[in-house]
Design a protein around this ligand. Structure first.
Ligand code: F6P
Length: 325
């Protein structure tokens, strides 16, 4: 089986980017090990502190953040990082060529039930003019990403990665510690009968989403003419991984619970990297009104509404927004 290094070279990734990705993955392997230790290592459960989003941090959120932060700071390849678990950007090396945004442990509420979790990341070029502590350099649209991916800590540890030449899936071989290519050039089926949305928020959604989902639920005698099934992992990495493997639509739309929040998911380290992977696999990613990767971020922790997955189904949902306009 092909190794990660060979695939990255074949995809034309520059040496320094390859070295950065391998450094980041060394951190992810350590997280994979810590996650696997679970209760035995006393790493489950919550801390007593909240992150910048007001969410109670899990012990594994803090541990994972520290592992990735330390390894990237020491690497010399990175000028600055932004993380879901850090209020501000963290300056790294003044000569670093890249910026890395990451969610160190997505879906961390799943840690206590031994369910899917993962690390999501996106990589941008660091502008030469930037000071390492300048957050404005991170405010680039997703179209500028040079690489994005996630590591899924499931029954096996998997890496899903793009450098803009297709989306590839690798599996960690824990016997020698390498990521081996197990599915190259993933293609998301254009049609689907599976949707993922947190139905408990239904009453808070905007009218186009209400209408779209009620038409899905109406099944084969409704306007969409087919029966749909529903899945919800409650960790974006888990839901997006399923979509990349067998298609589907995933949505975390705007809802009116808190008018200050444009959605739940964060642009830089959740929506953008997943959109890049999805588009490179032939899928589509939108806010409902706009391509996610074209959004010009206003701040590093910005939230956005998200709908992504099988192209024809995402287009169908977007049509409900268009009609409402
Ligand atoms: O980071 C946010 C997140 O955990 C995503 O991974 C996941 O898709 C979503 O929140 C789950 O939201 P909810 O708590 O509404 O199920």
């Amino acid at each position: 089986m092909k190794r990660l290094n060979s695939q990255l070279q074949e995809d034309g990734a520059p040496l320094e980017l390859i070295l950065l990705i391998r450094t980041l993955l060394a951190g992810c392997k350590e997280i994979s090990f810590r996650v696997g230790q679970g209760e035995l290592a006393g790493v489950l459960g919550s801390t007593l502190s909240d992150n910048v989003h007001g969410e109670r941090q899990k012990k594994l959120d803090v541990i994972s953040n520290q592992i990735i932060k330390d390894i990237l700071k020491e690497s010399g390849y990175v000028k600055a990082i932004s993380s879901e678990e850090e209020d501000d950007v963290v300056p790294c090396h003044p000569e670093g060529k890249y910026l890395v945004s990451f969610d160190p442990l997505d879906g961390s509420s799943n840690t206590d039930i031994n369910s899917l979790i993962g690390t999501i990341f996106s990589i941008l070029h660091a502008p030469q003019w930037m000071e390492p502590d300048d957050p404005s350099a991170f405010l680039q649209p997703g179209t500028q990403m040079v690489a994005a991916g996630y590591v899924l800590y499931g029954p096996s540890t998997m890496l899903v990665l793009t450098t803009g030449r297709g989306t590839h899936i690798y599996t960690l071989d824990k016997t020698h510690g390498g990521f081996l290519l197990t599915k190259d050039n993933v293609q998301v089926p254009e049609d689907t009968k599976e949707f993922a949305i947190n139905m408990s928020n239904q009453r808070h959604w905007e009218p186009p989403v209400q209408e779209y989902v009620s038409d899905l639920l109406a099944g084969e005698t409704g306007p969409r003419g087919k029966n749909y099934n529903m899945r919800w992992v409650a960790a974006m990495v888990g839901d997006i991984h399923r979509l990349l493997c067998r298609g589907g639509i995933f949505a975390y739309p705007y809802d009116n619970r808190d008018p200050k929040k444009a959605g739940k998911l964060r642009l830089l380290y959740e929506a953008n990297p997943m959109s890049f992977l999805m588009e490179q696999a032939g899928g589509m990613a939108s806010t409902g009104q706009k391509r996610i990767m074209e959004i010009m971020p206003k701040e590093i922790h910005q939230r956005v509404p998200v709908v992504m997955g099988s192209k024809n189904e995402v287009e169908a949902m977007v049509a409900y927004y268009d009609k409402a306009e």
